[in-house]
Design a protein around this ligand. Structure first.
Ligand code: ATP
Ligand code: MG
Length: 905
């Protein structure tokens, strides 16, 4: 029996034998494609080739691509666990032809591999072709149907035609697409999982586990425009995808994907941890939880390895949702403590050979998963209680519906992803008011940051609408001559006429020395001029293969065809220093902290540099100092910085560091520090894949200082540092502050720390003294009040508490009245005190049972004049101020008299 590993490699070897190059899987988190949250098919990394935006590096390629289907057009999250052959993460075995072979070869090779190499019984196989579509004006794919019959022994009855939904493959709402031909396998009537569904009929595309799609052969011929229109591509491509997990289940003769060696080690580990056992049944609560957990743990490992981090938006939120779902399913197996992170080694064991990156980053993944799990676990149980109550209420109601408000509360307060709540509702046969939920979400969003910023200028612009810009001059010069090709404005790309003034546009040249934002380095600013005309560039970015200079006309006018001079701002020199320093920083961090340091991202501009890296804990101050010194030592050596463009394999052999998961072409640019020239690249101490701009000699960096080190998410640290002009400005500011302090504290600058330490200590001592004095020497208002109560006379049930307190605060005196009222039950109270400045305060209080006959406000009004004051208040509590402390005894005597008279009446 073939192992999954062998199946993967027989696939790749088979196509190697047909002159295909192995192209490694692209990362699951696409770096440069904002239209896509996660890689969802093998073809994603070749999209630009299909669109004609770049040339292929080979004519034929094959690989096993990491795919995630949890969002957008392809979302299989709901299926996971309920069926046995849809996963969130899966591997797609694929072969590609870039305008080389087409349908005939694709069909015969697929058949050959399935039936000859893998020895699947041909009688079990069925195929489908595209039936055509009128709306899109597409004909039926008779060619493919004929090829199947001509090139393989499959009988024509087993070649079926289906419509757009099944046999026209599209990556997303837009992009490359085309008719496809699918290969399905009939696993026999026993495997049907829809036997109980009324009217169910087992057939190809009949949605049961008897007929399963194994392999999809896509004939990429069109580009779907944002308008929905199909535009034929200039060349024809083959794009195929076979699910490794499904093929493995078939070849290992297992009843489901979960029973193969791709999942069993994870399921076994889960069983050990939980004490439950997996019995492989569908629609079974416990088994379902096993499957979901196995699936989701693979997804988490793959996605976090490739740079996704749980968060509240975008990719991060998808990952968070998956993790929380898995944790919730853990409760079904009585796993209440964090457990997912303990499955990471099992996933690494299964997939680490095929994808070594997960082995390298296992420690990071464990840190991230564990901390996220612990955080969610704390609120989960409380949330589950709330859900249970809501579910019970819904069960009793007529509509059997959980309200949108409850779902929103679960989402907002307890972090329950809505699909999780939905799923839990479904499990109980309940509905959920999803419209109301979305309404509340919208409201919250409105309350929040306001509408998200949209890039109006570039919205709706397809890469293919723009010409290419030659931008190699960015590495050599700050100035170059070029020709205007056109500009982008609200109406798209313009090739004719005069550029509008007073509005932001995107200028496109035939060549440029401006650096377009990429790889963490900011896009350049500067000027584009011709004679009297000046265009001010605020930002530079790449759209497709065009470099777009964004900004406004500052003077005069420009038109396409005109020759201009592009002049990059001097800021770029500062950016270069920061960029090279970032490479030094990474090298030094690895030197000091070890191999678990891997770049997570960076941001390099003229002012500062920021470097994000994986590391499970905070580096110590000594370690950071050491990193800083290492970088400075290197700068002092002033060794040259050089670069070379090499084939990727060669660069990798030299040990050049690639940004984890970054998409690199066949040729890569490698920045080498410490080699005398590119011929001696092996002598360099730092070699990194990088397309950025750098200084020529380390000495040019001028200096280096770490400004801040912090944690930005579990397992990810961030260092912000300065070089060049940013550092100089910082030093100037700091020394100004030190000078000011020195003047203020009247000590020489170098004595500042000593003086401040002393001040801090003095301050501490004094506060302590003050506190002690207050505790021992200060009046205890409460105790004084209690004494007054003890000595008080009673008229009927009512205590008459009248007396003078030592100097205190109004709050404390009021508290004393409240206390007296409570203690006495029934009371009439008047308290007086004065302070050092001779201010008198009178307070009166009467309990509710007596306010009919005696009102605190009245008492205060009558006695206040005796202390030269006035005031009043409610019947229960009143207050007055006065200026004559010597009148206090008389005022109190008057109060006693008033009270006694009133109560005796
Ligand atoms: P299905 O109809 O079964 O969902 P699909 O039409 O969405 O499949 P394609 O987009 O054509 O699948 O992907 C190519 C191949 O990848 C499929 O033939 C199948 O073997 C595999 N595949 C697709 N989705 C999944 C998934 N969620 N989990 C595992 N394998 C999958
Ligand atoms: Mg599908």
């Amino acid at each position: 029996m073939l192992s999954a590993k062998e199946i993967r490699s027989t696939f790749i070897d088979f196509f190697r034998g047909k002159e295909h190059s192995f192209v490694p899987s692209s990362p699951i988190v696409p770096r440069d494609d904002e239209t896509l949250l996660f890689t969802n098919a093998g073809m994603n990394q070749f999209k630009d080739i299909f669109l004609g935006l770049r040339g292929p590096e080979c004519l034929r390629a094959a690989n096993s691509q990491k795919c995630l289907r949890v969002s957008g057009k392809h979302n299989d999250l709901e299926e996971v666990g309920k069926d046995t052959y849809h996963h969130t993460f899966f591997e797609m075995l694929g072969n590609w032809s870039f305008n080389d072979y087409f349908k005939a070869e694709t069909i015969s090779w697929a058949w050959e591999l399935l039936t000859k190499v893998w020895k699947i019984d041909p009688n079990q196989l069925w195929v489908t072709v595209f039936a055509g579509n009128e709306d899109d004006g597409l004909p039926r794919d008779d060619e493919a149907a004929e090829l199947w019959v001509r090139h393989t022994p499959i009988p024509s009855e087993r070649v079926l035609a289906f419509g757009k939904k099944d046999n026209f493959w599209e990556m997303g709402e837009t992009g490359p697409c085309g008719p496809c031909s699918e290969i399905h396998i009939d696993l026999g009537p026993d495997r049907c999982d829809k036997k109980d569904v009324p009217g169910h009929e087992c057939r190809v595309n009949g949605d049961c586990a008897r007929y399963i799609e194994l392999w999809n052969l896509v004939f990429i011929q069109y580009n779907r425009q944002p308008s929905g229109q199909l535009v034929p591509l200039s060349a024809r491509y083959i794009d195929t995808g076979a699910g490794l997990e499904r093929v493995t289940a078939v070849l290992q003769d297992k009843p489901s994907n979960y029973d193969t060696d791709l999942f069993m080690p994870i399921i076994k580990r889960t069983a050990e941890m939980s004490g439950h056992s997996y019995t492989g049944q569908l629609g079974h609560r416990i088994d379902n939880a096993f499957r979901v957990i196995a699936d989701h743990s693979r997804t988490l490992v793959m996605a976090i390895t490739d740079g996704a981090t749980p968060s509240n938006e975008g990719r991060g939120y998808v990952i968070r949702r998956i993790l929380r779902r898995a944790v919730r399913f853990g409760r079904e197996l009585d796993l209440h403590e964090p457990f997912l992170y303990r499955l990471v080694p099992a996933v690494v064991e299964v997939l680490g050979d095929a994808f070594p990156e997960i082995r390298e980053r296992a420690e990071h993944v464990v840190t991230v998963v564990q901390s996220e799990e612990a955080g969610f676990g704390r609120t989960l149980d409380r949330g589950l209680e709330i859900f249970t109550t809501a579910a019970a209420r819904a069960m009793d109601s007529e509509t059997h519906t959980i309200s949108g408000d409850e779902a929103f509360q679960l989402y907002d307060t307890y972090g329950f992803p809505i699909d999780l709540t939905q799923l839990m509702a479904q499990e109980r046969g309940l509905r959920l008011d999803i419209d109301r939920f979305h309404e509340l979400m919208m409201e919250q969003r409105k309350r929040g940051r306001g509408a998200p910023k949209r890039d109006a200028l570039l919205a709706g612009l397809a890469d293919s609408d723009l010409p290419a810009t030659e931008d190699l001059p960015k590495y050599q010069a700050d100035r170059c001559e070029a020709t205007v090709l056109g500009w982008i404005d609200a109406d798209g790309f313009q090739r004719r006429g005069e550029m509008p003034a007073d509005t932001e546009i995107g200028l496109v040249l035939d060549k440029t020395c401006f650096y377009a934002e990429a790889g963490g380095q900011v896009g350049d600013q500067g000027l584009i001029t011709a004679n009297e005309s000046r265009f001010a560039v605020e930002a530079t970015m790449k759209v497709g293969n065009a470099v777009v200079h964004r900004g406004t006309m500052a003077e005069g006018a420009l038109r396409p065809g005109q020759t201009v001079t592009a002049l990059v701002s001097a800021d770029r020199n500062a950016t270069k220093k920061n960029h090279t320093a970032t490479h030094l920083l990474q090298w030094a961090l690895q030197h000091v902290l070890g191999d678990s340091v891997a770049q997570q991202g960076s941001s390099v501009g003229p002012e500062y540099l920021r470097f994000d890296f994986t590391y499970p804990k905070a580096p110590t101050n000594e370690e950071l100092k050491q990193v800083e010194s290492l970088v400075r030592e290197k700068i002092a050596t002033d060794v040259p910085v050089s670069w070379a463009v090499l084939p990727r394999e060669e660069a990798e052999k030299l040990g050049a560091m690639a940004l984890f998961g970054e998409k690199y072409g066949h040729e890569v640019r490698v920045i080498c520090i410490g080699a005398p020239d590119v011929e001696h690249i092996d002598q360099a101490f730092s070699r990194e894949f990088c397309g950025g701009t750098h200084v020529d000699h380390l000495g040019a960096i001028g200096g280096f200082k770490i400004l801040k080190e912090e944690s930005i998410s579990a397992g990810v640290r961030r260092i912000t540092a300065l070089t060049g002009p940013g550092l100089t400005a910082y030093l100037e500011r700091s020394s100004d502050i030190a000078d000011q302090l020195a003047t203020l504290l009247r000590v020489p600058t170098e004595k500042l720390p000593e003086r401040v330490t002393q001040l801090v200590e003095d301050n501490k001592k004094l506060s302590k003294q003050l506190k002690n004095a207050a505790r021992s020497g200060g009046p205890d208002t409460m105790a004084e009040a209690r004494n007054l109560l003890d000595a008080a006379e009673k008229i009927g049930n009512t205590s008459v508490v009248v007396g003078r307190l030592s100097s205190t605060t109004v709050d404390r005196a009021r508290e004393a009245i409240d206390m007296l009222k409570k203690k006495a039950g029934s009371a009439a109270i008047v308290l007086a005190y004065d302070d050092e400045e001779g201010k008198v305060t009178l307070l009166a209080g009467v309990t509710d049972d007596r306010i009919k006959t005696l009102k605190a406000g009245d008492i205060v009004k009558q006695i206040a004049p005796i202390v030269d004051g006035g005031g009043g208040g409610r019947p229960q509590m009143a207050q007055a101020g006065g200026k004559n402390p010597s009148g206090i005894p008389e005022a109190l005597a008057k109060a006693t008299e008033l009270i006694t008279t009133a109560l005796r009446r």
